[in-house]
Design a protein around this ligand. Sequence first.
Ligand SMILES: [Zn+2]
Length: 142
Amino acid sequence: MKSKSIRKEDVNPNLLIYGKRLKDMNYTVQELSEILGVSQRYIREYLIMRKGAPVQPKANLKGKVYVNGRQLYEWAVEFHQKKLEKKAENALKENEFLCCRCRGHVIPDHFTIEISASGVPFRKAVCPCCGAVINRYIKDKE
Ligand SMILES: [Zn+2]
């Protein structure tokens, strides 16, 4: 089976396109499957079980899983956004930073090494284009 269009690590694009139709109410997996044009298995096994898409607390009542449509859509958008940022971050060259405000790669004049609250070192600089504070985590290999 070919599926070059769907990257395993990202959400199915249908969620972002048809997800806008979802209302702030509960849907069954079957209903979502019909609205979004994705399989029930994809919703159940991939989105909910593997990726932690939000389900309603009384999820297993009568064996049915209920999902709030609006919550699912917002979750999918956020999930997708994070993947895009991750991808952009991974594509950075040695001296580049990612500026969220400029939405692109920038090269600051200098940076400082700081330690985050959780003890992870990162480089901190100021965006030469817009002046925003920009951070870049230091990978193990560096
Ligand atoms: Zn900037």
